[in-house]
Design a protein around this ligand. Structure first.
Ligand SMILES: Cc1ncc(COP(=O)(O)O)c(C=O)c1O
Length: 425
């Protein structure tokens, strides 16, 4: 059996002192695997689909450059994400702006630059209407629609519930007619957007929401007598499995289900945009932490590590919804084997809930070992949490080549004390 990619990357990191006694935590992105994932994405959908990366999933500049070079465009949801996307080299036409609560000055900037815009509500529409009437815009503009098809497994990640804060609630009285009137009055409204939810939504739930916005587009177009709405943005949200190495569902499975439910998207009569985030990075990144101490409390064996809520915020605060795989390597980076015992893996923060894995059957963990938190390439180490004033962890792009060699490129150095204290104010 060959060395796993985890062993190869850990050994390279140990050799380069990116990980060790003085550097007890770091995160890694398997860049070859990211490129493979994006290739699979492009192969799964027809060529008229444009795939925007949801920058919130990993907003690091090297992460954005990597997806850009692999042929993706970019979806952003705040002025910071917009700035980061522009600095990564995305052109205005390659960016779509989805901030939930946009100020007038942000709207002005987005429209002046010609960045795509998804309008969240009718009040925002009035502002956009005023700006477009006054100065025009080359932006692709349309409404974000809440198709109200219901929640997936995780309520906090479900954006198409009856009372969701996102988009125009399509089924609420008067909204459909108001939307149709807005499109009839404004030929510059040429797109429709929905994003049913992130993680925990079934393919059927996602496609039922998309079905509803394509029906709306068809109605607008038939009233207009032309193809006024010619861009459908179907959002992201393809769930990621956190329970093993295999990737499921695959993009191809989603594409097949979408083709069944919404064949119009495959005929070429619409341009189609997607906004995948988690599926691009989650399974291609991991956090590695050195075990500082171990102890036994009340009969439970506990490993005390340097990875807690500062890098795995969701998992620590919502452990039932965000259970991640963990595995153990020795201090030389070799996967540990041997008799397994029930163990907890705790982080360094000063609250009792700062535990990233509970009651896991693992080979006995010892001080100096390395614990890997798998599938954390999206929405984990890229979004640090500053409780207890811990610095953002170092992140490396790991380029594996055929002969098992690994080139580590520093994407972010561990935040310096001064920079971290500046964030705290
Ligand atoms: C509008 C929008 N698009 C895309 C995404 C990305 O979702 P995911 O990372 O689950 O693919 C999100 C996530 O919150 C979103 O809000």
């Amino acid at each position: 059996m060959g060395h796993s990619r985890y062993e190869l990357i850990l050994r390279a990191a140990l050799d380069a002192a990116c990980l060790g006694r003085e550097q007890p935590i770091a995160a890694f992105v398997d860049t070859v695997a990211v490129k493979r994932t994006i290739r699979e994405l492009h192969e799964a959908f027809p060529g008229h689909f444009e795939h925007a990366f949801a920058a919130k999933a990993n907003t690091m500049s090297d992460a954005l450059k990597l997806v850009k070079n692999a042929g993706m465009s970019c979806e952003v949801a705040s002025p910071g994400e917009l700035e980061q996307a522009l600095r990564a080299g995305f052109s205005a036409e390659q960016i779509v702006y989805d901030e939930p609560v946009k100020t007038p000055s942000v709207l002005h900037r987005v429209l002046a630059l010609g960045i795509g815009l998804n309008i969240d509500n009718f009040q925002e529409y009035e502002r956009v209407n005023g700006l477009v009437s006054a100065s025009g815009s080359s932006s692709r503009i349309g409404f974000r629609i809440n198709p109200q098809v219901g929640a997936g497994r995780i309520k906090a990640m479900s954006t198409a519930t009856n009372r969701s804060k996102f988009g125009v609630a399509l089924e609420d009285e008067g909204n459909r007619d108001a939307l149709i009137s807005a499109y009839q009055e404004n030929p510059w409204l040429t797109s429709l957007h929905t994003h049913v939810g992130s993680q925990g939504c079934s393919l059927g739930l996602m496609t039922s929401g998309i079905r509803k916005i394509v029906d709306l587009a068809e109605e607008i177009n038939s009233l207009a007598g032309d193809r006024q709405v010619d861009l459908i943005d179907i959002g992201g949200g393809l769930p990621v499995n956190f329970d093993g190495e295999e990737v499921k569902p695959a993009f191809a499975e989603y594409a097949a289900e979408l083709k069944q439910s919404v064949p119009e998207l495959f005929s070429g009569q619409y341009r189609v945009k997607t906004e995948f985030g988690r599926t691009i990075y989650a399974k291609n990144g991991f956090i590695a932490t050195r075990v500082e101490y171990t102890k036994n409390s009340g009969g439970r064996q506990i490993a005390l590590t340097h990875a807690g809520a500062q890098v795995a915020t969701r998992t620590v605060f919502m452990p039932d919804h965000w259970k991640i795989r963990v595995s153990v390597f020795d201090s030389s980076g070799q996967a540990k084997s041997g008799e397994e015992r029930l163990q907890d893996i705790a982080g360094p923060l000063c609250f009792a809930g700062d535990v990233v894995a509970t009651e896991r059957l693992l080979p006995l963990i010892e001080p100096g070992d390395i614990v890997v938190l798998h599938d954390t390439g999206a929405y984990y180490f890229s979004n640090p949490f500053y409780y207890n004033a811990l610095p953002a962890a170092a992140v490396y792009g790991a380029e594996l080549s055929g002969n098992d060699s690994v080139e580590l490129n520093r994407w972010r150095q561990q935040q310096s004390m001064d920079d971290m204290l500046a964030v705290l104010g």
